[in-house]
Ligand binder design. Structure first.
Ligand code: SF4
Ligand code: SF4
Length: 148
């Protein structure tokens, strides 16, 4: 009986439609509920490191100094903790398959450095805020003196 079943399975495998596809040349529709892999919109990321602290498998490495965010797909268990905890909502679970590679690889995003103009605009904004706060304080003190 066992060998009959085995023979049937062998024949089905030989002449039936293959169970696999030639990925990545061919792909199948993503199954519903596929968690995929973690993706970071680095423009929004502030490199705070919370995702690194929350990750139970130490799959994420954040380096503020070099402006990099790295995920090791082989350590990630798709628990979604980093996505839930990110204060800037820059992390998402992308429901796609990981691209094939010849070696084990981590994925790194590099935070773009602000341009000279952006830095100057930020500095001017900060100075304007400080000046406005000082002016408001002076106005409050003047009003108090008039009352007294
Ligand atoms: S928690 Fe979010 S903002 Fe903070 S480093 Fe991670 S991805 Fe970036
Ligand atoms: S999904 Fe979970 S395991 Fe994967 S990087 Fe985020 S916190 Fe770590």
């Amino acid at each position: 009986m066992g060998s009959f079943k085995l023979g049937k399975m062998t024949l089905r495998s030989l002449f039936g439609k293959p169970e696999t596809v030639l990925y990545p040349v061919q792909t199948r529709p993503m199954p519903e509920g596929l968690k995929g892999h973690v993706s970071n919109n680095i423009e929004e990321c502030i490199l705070c490191g919370i995702c690194q602290k929350r990750c139970p498998t130490e799959a994420i490495a954040v380096d503020k100094k070099s402006g990099t965010w790295t995920v090791d797909g082989f350590r990630c268990i798709q628990c979604g903790a980093c996505v839930r905890e990110c204060p800037k909502h820059s992390l998402t679970m992308e429901p796609t398959y990981t691209a094939p590679a010849l070696t084990k690889q981590t994925h790194t995003e590099i935070k773009p450095q602000p341009s000279e103009e952006e830095l100057a605009a930020k500095a001017a904004e900060r100075e304007a805020r400080i000046a406005a706060a000082k002016a408001a304080k002076a106005a409050r003190e003047a009003a108090k003196e008039q009352e007294g």
